[in-house]
Design a protein around this ligand. Structure first.
Ligand code: AKB
Length: 321
């Protein structure tokens, strides 16, 4: 049993970020202090949390009850619909991506919980903004349902912080690459699918065109950054909407070339679909110097370290080592 002053609730705990973040939080705070939650049945092989609540995060009363029952102090609110899926279900995306965040901010305002983490995305930038090294403080002009919901969420975070001193912290995640849990419904998902297909089929058809660069981040770096931000002293934080996080930047062709270094027979072709327009409206690279200055953001993985690690772990997972 570990002593911890924090009691943590994670929403979307069986998702791509949720599974890995939950296990890291358990290692730090102990299973008895971590409550995972989500819509799916609990998979104990995926999640080492001490408790699991199967709940719909849009059910305000149920969420409040769970917070009360477990005496939750800190919420990592990850449940969200990503960019591709949001275009297909715009009204549901708005409801899921914005309303539960407001519920958590209200609970923090009422003093029921003390800290919230909420993920934003590079989707907030949008059209008319320069493509490269996009700064922290540019005008935001999202053209996607997902980007609009994330921009609204950011503004709500800032509002609750400025007006009610709510401690809500956020990162604009780029595309996230991981091998433990697949991504689902995003525009940057090609950079995960490509590894599965490379190992299983030796080839991949990309739904993003060969020369479209997007910012990407390996999951280990994403989890480290999230915990660094959450552990930073409150006084050191100058951004209360959401911090830029750039990671690395590459195109599908550059990623395919990295894979070919490890698997010389790997082949790729390109058939862009509706997600190409989403990618075209996003930045190619991001300036994250404010996060580096405020809370010491740093990365361990570049494209080649990430590619080697992905292939090694995924081959083991898929029984193709
Ligand atoms: C998506 O592609 O929708 C996400 C994101 C960049 O927020 N991975």
């Amino acid at each position: 049993m570990k002593y911890s002053t924090e009691k943590i609730l994670i929403t979307g705990a069986l998702g791509q970020i949720g599974t890995e973040l939950t296990n890291r939080l358990v290692a730090i705070h102990g299973a008895e202090n971590v409550v995972a939650s989500g819509l799916d049945r609990w998979d104990k092989n995926l999640s080492s949390a001490g408790f699991y609540e199967r709940m719909d995060v849009t059910n305000t009363q149920l969420v409040r009850q769970v917070i009360k029952d477990y005496e939750i102090t800190t919420v990592y609110h990850l449940a969200s619909l990503l960019s591709g899926t949001s275009e297909k279900q715009p009204l549901f995306a708005w409801r899921l991506n914005v309303e539960p965040l407001l519920n958590f901010c209200e609970m923090a305002k009422e003093g029921i919980i003390s800290k919230i983490f909420w993920p934003s995305s590079i989707a907030v930038f949008g059209k008319g903004i320069s493509k490269n090294d996009v700064a922290q403080d540019v005008v935001l002009n999202p053209t996607t349902v997902y980007g609009i919901s994330k921009l609204a969420g950011e503004k709500w975070c800032e509002y609750y912080h400025d007006k009610f001193d709510v401690d809500v912290r956020s990162i604009r995640y780029p595309g996230l690459i991981s091998w433990k849990t697949p991504a689902g419904g995003g525009t940057t998902d090609y950079a995960v699918e490509i590894f599965y297909e490379a190992i299983e089929q030796g080839r991949y058809t990309s739904f993003i065109s060969e020369d479209t660069a997007m910012p990407m981040l390996y999951m280990d770096d994403a989890i480290n950054a999230t915990l660094q931000l959450m552990n930073a002293p409150k006084e050191s934080l100058s951004v209360h909407s959401s911090y830029n996080l750039g990671g690395m930047s590459f195109t599908p062709k550059q990623l395919a070339n990295e894979i070919k270094k490890e698997m010389p027979d790997f082949e790729i072709d390109y058939q862009p679909d509706f997600r190409q327009a989403i990618a075209d409206s996003w930045p190619s690279s991001i300036d994250d110097s404010v996060a580096k200055k405020d809370w010491g953001l740093s990365y361990d993985f570049g494209i080649s370290e990430m590619t080697k690690d992905m292939l090694k772990n995924l081959k083991n997972k898929l029984g193709k080592a």
